[in-house]
Ligand binder design. Structure first.
Ligand SMILES: Cc1ncc(COP(=O)(O)O)c(C=O)c1O
Length: 378
């Protein structure tokens, strides 16, 4: 579009942002997007979609009823829950609703565990919110909670975002640390957003503490997604759990009936009728993840799988050059994995979506066949 054609209504700062998009890898085993991958998943989804009544498509969804039906499955009350077309949309609505100039608060800010899911940076950028990054300790992939609690003691009211377990590293801060952040948020008047999109792949105790977290006060929002846990990335369903007052406020900001009746039907069916099958599917995925970690360690190349509580495995292969080489080699074998090359501090990482071991055997074989330059004879 020529410059002069851009209406004065359009914000140049927004025009400079790259529109959000995901890249597909047709014809490849796509292990780059943290979707739920399992040979038995298609069968569950087909059954669930086949059971939808025509009204789920022909009638407007009645949010109030659907949310009330969903709430017990998430261990909360209907007034504590709101649904969104993906947690990505929930993030946008949270920032719209809470990241505004308010009297006495000055410029809105977001203190963000960094790296993080790109959506946070994007939605903040769109709305002109300043990002204060919370990086891992230098030379490590470990976030130190005291770094952020110290900052929280000094900042004016700020949105503080953590992803637990972490969306790039797969690691978890652990319940006591997250509850400590919630207490600090309450004490200093911040809003803590805890993104739990990968929680279903962590151990049972971690899931338990989500309830505790929610009850820790008015300064905490829990963001969740069914994209990974229930294999509904294409149907789009995310949610926020918080105290009734906050949920009531968010509800006023969300788009009307953006979640479809078919999507809600699928989620409710899976949760009420197929929970055990889904649990078994997730168990196969985490078992496959741990198997792959063992295979990587067994190569004895000094490649270091980070401890994962998610449906992916992030591996530090030592150098950005090695990461590029591994990613290119896998691509030649029609396997796509995620690169972190865009961020120099994390460019030695490769991120591989987990799946049952039978699916990951080709990945392990491909990794084993990559020549180790340190062992090459001249
Ligand atoms: C940490 C995290 N949060 C949120 C999302 C968005 O997920 P969705 O919009 O599919 O619920 C993702 C997607 O990968 C993610 O990794």
């Amino acid at each position: 579009m020529p410059e002069h054609a851009l209406p004065s209504f359009c914000d140049q700062r927004v025009m400079r942002l790259e529109p959000p998009s995901r890249r597909g890898h047709p014809g490849m085993l796509d292990l780059s997007r943290n979707e739920l991958i399992h040979p038995r998943l298609d069968e569950v989804i087909r059954e669930v979609l086949g059971s939808a009544r025509a009204e789920a498509s022909t009638r407007y969804p009645i949010y109030r009823d659907l949310v009330a039906e969903l709430a017990p499955h998430l261990g909360c009350a209907a007034e504590e829950l709101e649904v969104f077309p993906g947690s990505d949309d929930a993030i946008g609505v949270i920032i719209d609703a809470l990241g505004r100039d308010a009297p006495g608060r000055g410029q809105p800010r977001m203190l963000l565990q960094d790296p993080n899911y790109d959506g946070y940076r994007y939605h903040a950028g769109l709305r002109g919110i300043e990002i204060l990054p919370w990086p891992p300790r230098p030379g490590t992939f470990r976030f130190e909670p005291s770094d952020v609690t110290r900052a929280m003691a000094q900042l004016p009211p700020t949105i503080v975002v953590v992803t637990e377990p972490h969306g790039s590293f797969g690691t978890a801060l652990g319940d006591p640390a997250v509850l400590g952040l919630a207490a600090a948020a309450c004490l200093h008047g911040h809003m803590l957003v805890v993104d739990t999109c990968y929680q279903a792949f962590a151990d049972a105790e971690a899931a338990q503490s989500a309830a505790e977290l929610r009850q820790s006060g008015q300064s905490v929002m829990v963001v969740g997604s069914f994209s990974k846990a229930l294999g509904l990335a294409g149907l789009r369903l995310g949610y926020v759990i918080a105290c009734p007052e906050l949920i009531g406020y968010l509800r006023r900001w969300r788009r009307a009936a953006a979640v479809s009746g078919i999507t809600m039907h699928a989620a409710l069916q899976i949760l009420s009728r197929h929970a055990a099958r889904m649990k078994a599917i997730r168990a196969d995925v985490t078992e496959g993840r741990d198997w792959l970690a063992g295979q990587v360690t067994g190569l004895q190349r000094g490649w270091r799988p980070l401890p994962s509580s998610t449906n992916f495995l992030t591996v530090d292969v030592g150098t950005p050059a090695m990461a590029r080489r591994v990613i290119d080699d896998l691509a030649q074998r029609k396997i796509a994995v995620r690169s972190h090359a865009a961020r120099p501090a994390f460019a030695s990482l490769i991120q591989i979506t987990a799946a049952p071991a039978e699916v990951l055997r080709s990945v392990a074989a491909a990794l084993a066949s990559i020549e180790d330059p340190s062992q090459a004879t001249s």
